[in-house]
Ligand binder design. Sequence first.
Ligand code: FCB
Length: 443
Amino acid sequence: MTKQPHLPKLPKGFLWGASTAAAQIEGAAAEDGRGASIWDAFAATQGKIKDGSTGAVACDHYHRYKEDIALMKRLGLDAYRFSVSWSRVLPDGVGTANEKALDFYDRLIDELLDKKIEPWLCLYHWDLPQALHERGGWTNRDVARWFEDYAALLARRYGDRVVRWATFNEPGVFTTAGYAVGYHAPGVADLGAYLAAAHNVNRAHGASVVALRGADVKGQIGVVCNQQPARPASPSDDDKAAAALYDLFWNRTFADPMILGGYPEGLQPFFGPFVQDGDLEAIRQRLDFLGVNHYSPTYVKSDPAAPGGLAQGKPPEGAPVTMMGWEIAPKAFAQTLIQEAARYKLPIVVTENGVADRAEVGEGGEVDDPLRIDYLAKYIGAVASAIESGARIDGYFVWSLIDNFEWAEGYEPRFGVVHVDFETQKRTPKRSFEWLRTEIKRQ
Ligand code: FCB
């Protein structure tokens, strides 16, 4: 075997974690009274998911959570970020709660605490109840109230045990992909719908923080944003201007109003018409931390036919990319962390970072994934260098613990440090798992 890289020393108390999402791992879609989410409806629509798959079974984590927590323990994790399926606990999105579903998250949280792993609960990782979508979903201003009630329910139930709360996972990704481009659920491609949805997500965030604080939850409260530099796909003036506008939409639409209290000037012509009296005050609530998810820089080109005139370009010729087409550029990660820490002045946790490959179980039962070891070593190294430059970064959560349902990409991209055989549900820790375990121990 080739020599394995070592990680630099991270500060004392630095947290090691892994992240997952309900819709990507739980399965048990029709069990114990769960209601449908927009991802069930989307995946059931012909042609929306690359391999024609759905999340109906996924990793069957609903039944195998103890085995998965045992893997976390073996990896040496301090914390685990999961999301709650809104339509599992509230099948209609509002109204009567589903006790069996609430019991599941009780068992999950208690098992984590028993194994001395901090439960970090994310309220929303993209799976809106279908029943609410049918009432306009994120484009309906009432969604802020629906989300507030949902947050209050979870706060009452788990507020004594959850160590950190995140309101949203990557609001930029699910509003852009779901409402502007239509590549994700609910499959809407309409700039106006996107703008309404994004502003309502901001309002829902504010309302949910008030609900959590009002219930006196013990844990810290934050939000998780996907922050990545937007670079012009060519040196043309049009592409440069497109990248600058894309940067505002991608990196500032949520974090700015939530943390700083307003949309940046360049976005005001877009969001202005949606902002009503009192909205901005309600959106900005005190937060304890900012979760940053990051995978790569993005390349942008101007395209008058695309929503907002902004389209995805490609990384420069010859740049190293993953199977997702995402550039491997750890320096851009370090810069992003330094920049976000300076702008928002909140402690940062890297709540997602990782890489997809197609590594399968070999003849000897091993899963050899050298790309992941190399990527993680470089990207965790970038975290260390951002810390050295003065950014406060309190932890690193790998995406993901186990291979899972990668949204519209189906099951082909494998992001886990643990391989999952989706026929048998057998879990096999990959070489990267053993590497990370050793490196966490060496800290
Ligand atoms: C992030 C998502 C996560 C997963 C990774 C690969 O944008 O938050 O659910 O799909 O990308």
